[in-house]
Structure formats: C-alpha cells, structure tokens
Design a protein around this ligand. Structure first.
Ligand code: NAD
Length: 263
C-alpha cells in the first residue's frame, strides 16, 4: 500500500528516542520530510543522523522543550521555514513520574499538566495555521492506554491524559471541516527508555527482580510480549497517511490487546 506520504512535511515532538523517534523514522521511511525536537542537542543530533542514514530522507533536528510555548513555536516554524509547509504534527513528550496520590503535591500536578496536556495544546496552536493553509492536515497525539484504563501507581498519567483525549475528540469535531484529522495513539507497554525506568522503579520500590517486573506487564497482554517501538511508529505513519483520510477522533490503542474495555 502506498501511504502517500512522499514529500509531506511532518513535525514529530520529543523524538530523540523511544516512540517519538520510531514515529519519525517510519514517516521518513515513507518519504516524508521530518523535523524532530528534544531538549538535549547531542542525542537529538544522533537521532536525526540515524534516521537520515537509515531512510535517505531529510531530517531537521531542533533543540526545543515542549513545556515552553516559545520552543514549541520555534520548532514548528523551523520546519515551515525549511520546507515551506506543514502537513503532519505528532505531539509527544516524556512521561510524568510514577506514584500514588499522596506521593505528589500541587506542583507535581502542575508539572504533569504542563508536560502532557499543555504541550499538546501549544504544539497544536503553533501548527494549526500552517495545516489550515495546506488545505488538509493530520494531528496525531501520543497518549497512553492509561487514559482508557487506569494503571496502578501512575495517577498523574491516568488523570492528565484523559484530558488530552477530551481535547482530541473535541478538535476532531472542530477541525474536521478544515480537512484536518485529529487522532490519539495510545501505547501500551512498549520497550523504550521510559518503560525501562518504570520497570527499574518497580524493582526498587517493590523488592522484585527485573524479570518479575516485566512479567507483571506481559501477563496482562494477550500477545504475551512487550511491544516494539517500530510497531508503534507504523501505526502513527498510517494515521498520518493519505490512506487514513476518514479516520478522525480515534483513540487507538497499540497495546497487544491489553485494554479490555469495549470503548
Ligand atoms: P522515552 O522516555 O523513551 O522518550 C521520550 C522522548 O521525549 C525523549 O526523546 C526525550 O528526550 C523527549 N522529551 C522528554 N521531555 C521532553 C520535553 N519537555 N521537551 C522535548 N522533548 C522531551 O519515552 P517513550 O516510551 O518514547 O514515551 C513517549 C510518551 O508515551 C511518554 O509520554 C510516555 O509516558 C508515553 N507512554 C509510553 C509507554 C511505553 O510503554 N513506552 C506506554 C504508555 C505511554
């Protein structure tokens, strides 16, 4: 299937590693020109070189922190300055810390809100005029299965990401008339640095081994294994593609069947 991504311009936020990087890689593999951002220059540069080497595509790295409005604007503008248009926005950020209600204070809630909700809002504000100008567009936001089924010890993620799903469903209504689709992709346990650090924390706080910590996740997944970042990236590339032109307002799990709810 030709995804129709050749020549499209995409901004993928928080993409020096993990799911963001895998999404950027897959978009580049399909012929899109891809701008990526993250906070640390060295790793970002390395990711950009890796994607360009592997795909032969054009990759623009820009150091930017998505918790800052000015950085989000600079990131999107850099892609538009380089390529003259924007077709696809993938919003993403690091995950909030794990813990239960009494582990956190109001400041922690504000930080999680800023990192995982407002970052999405500010990237969309930055991208929207350009998507409208292009006459069509794709907004894909990386959330979590935690917004569909709460996960133990992840209260910040559980609560804040549900708000992002409310945003996505509303924007799908508001932006549909502009031929812009808005969808969320909800990862289940996929082996990235983020998951490694959650596993490590479980080892430290619960006195279990790394194998036991992994088994606790895997036992909830019908496919009987953790996901791979490229399996996630492929879904993002599909949603970004011409082939997904009638998919709008979807909150799509990539979780090996972990979520049991019917909605
Ligand atoms: P990761 O930690 O492997 O990668 C996160 C990326 O975001 C890195 O490139 C990092 O440099 C960048 N980043 C972090 N904070 C940033 C900021 N403020 N500004 C710009 N860049 C920033 O994480 P991941 O596994 O790829 O996860 C991506 C998102 O998906 C996270 O929000 C995570 O909580 C969520 N998620 C992941 C899983 C999983 O199993 N991997 C499951 C559910 C949800």
């Amino acid at each position: 299937m030709d995804l129709g991504l050749r020549g499209k311009v995409a901004c993928v936020a928080a993409a020096s590693s993990g799911l963001g990087k895998a999404s950027a890689l897959e978009l580049a593999r399909e012929g899109a020109r891809v701008a990526i951002c993250a906070r640390h220059e060295g790793r970002l540069q390395q990711a950009a070189e890796e994607i360009a080497r592997e795909t032969g595509g054009e990759v623009l790295p820009l150091v930017a922190d998505v918790t800052r409005a000015e950085d989000a604007r600079r990131f999107v503008q850099a892609a538009v300055d380089r390529w003259g248009r924007l077709d696809i926005l993938v919003t993403n950020a690091g995950g909030p810390p794990s813990g239960t209600f009494e582990d956190f204070d109001e400041e922690a809630w504000l930080q999680a809100w800023n990192l995982n909700f407002l970052s999405t809002v500010r990237l969309i504000y930055a991208a929207l005029p350009h998507l409208k100008q292009a006459g069509s567009g794709r907004i894909i936001t990386i959330t979590s299965v935690s917004a569909k089924q709460v996960l133990p010890n992840l209260i910040l993620s559980n609560a804040v990401r549900a708000g992002v799903h409310g945003l996505v469903k509303t924007l799908a209504q508001e932006l549909g008339p502009h031929n812009i689709t808005v969808n969320a992709v909800c990862p289940g346990p996929i082996l990235t640095e983020r998951l490694q650090s959650l596993l490590q924390r479980a080892v430290e706080t619960q006195g279990i081994t790394m194998e036991e910590a992994q088994r606790a996740w895997v036992s909830q997944i019908p496919l009987g294994r953790l996901g791979r970042p490229e399996e996630f990236g492929a879904v993002v590339a599909f949603l970004a593609s011409e082939r997904a032109s009638f998919v709008n307002g979807a909150l799509l799990q990539v979780d090996g069947g972990m979520i049991r709810g019917v909605m």
